[in-house]
Design a protein around this ligand. Sequence first.
Ligand code: SF4
Ligand code: SF4
Length: 264
Amino acid sequence: MKILSIGDHPDLQQTVIGNDTRFRFHCHPEVPCFGQCCHNLRLLLYPYDVLRLKQRLKMDSEAFLDRHTISQVYPNDPFPEVLLRMKEEVGDPCPFLSAEGCSVYEDRPDTCRMFPLDRGLEFDDQGRSRLRYFFRPPAFCRGIDTDRSWNIDEWILDQKADLHAEMTEKWAAVRMLFHQWGDAGVVGRGAREKEIVRMAFLAAYNIDAFRTFVFESTFLKRFHIPSSLLRRSKTDDVSLLRIGMAWIRWLLTGVGSPDLRYNR
Ligand code: SF4
Ligand code: SF4
């Protein structure tokens, strides 16, 4: 059994909760710790997070990546992690933290949205996955001093996190393929593998550049995409990201999907 954490949890198993568990939480501007959790973070950004934030900031995806992210590569993992770049100020605050709180609240990343919950995908030996939730408020968080309580579904609904949940889960399954690739010793092997990582990064994170690639290269001669999805993807970033994730799967496994078939 292997757990792919979507966050970074040394004590995952101790904090797993199910939907029958209720947890107490209420965060509001009057808590003494207001904004404390938005400093000095190792905040992973998933493809849908980047898409929402670059739209919010009216930036091109490449400009957003350059300005607001750093990429980190780890041993045995061919695909880089994308992290939000903290401000170079005392306390390393999030660049989106203002005196009033989160300045990108409606488009905040999945990790912030689900906090104090986090998600992980647990994989069995056959590669089947199961979603797991963890309740892990930091020790300084006073949001737990409340009578308001939630279960997981109520929290997702309240935080408007359902599309984030779907897209993050899809992405975690793709990341698991890269982990398996890493476990098989493919990391850094050769020019072809490096090119796959480069193209996968383009499709997942640099969505505006990926749109140019899809519509201005031979891509559409080589791959069949259902016409309604293709039409939407000309202007809709989420539709294009769905194509991108299907394409990455094909790059890694050679297997198509309802969203993308290879034209033989
Ligand atoms: S994006 Fe918003 S909620 Fe998330 S760390 Fe930054 S300021 Fe805090
Ligand atoms: S530490 Fe907890 S209660 Fe305090 S601002 Fe962050 S989420 Fe809210």
